[in-house]
Design a protein around this ligand. Structure first.
Ligand code: ZN
Length: 69
């Protein structure tokens, strides 16, 4: 079960894909940068590139999935 913080507006603005550097009308949030001392920014990708990005995981889960050996 996932809890979403806030819902996006009805219509998202056109974003540039961080992978193929192309503008897309259906941006997919693939990564969130949280600024330590300032406002963070979001990384968007087009629907075609979104699957290539790793799923948004918490830092705790990432640490737990450390490779051994
Ligand atoms: Zn793309």
């Amino acid at each position: 079960m996932t809890a979403t913080g806030h819902h996006p507006p009805r219509r998202l603005p056109i974003r540039m894909c961080a992978r193929c550097q192309r503008f897309t009308q259906n941006p997919v949030l693939v990564h969130e940068h949280h600024g330590a001392t300032g406002p963070g920014f979001n990384v968007y990708a087009c629907e075609e590139c979104a699957p290539h990005y790793p799923p948004p995981t918490d830092e705790l889960s990432a640490l737990a999935d450390t490779p051994s050996g």
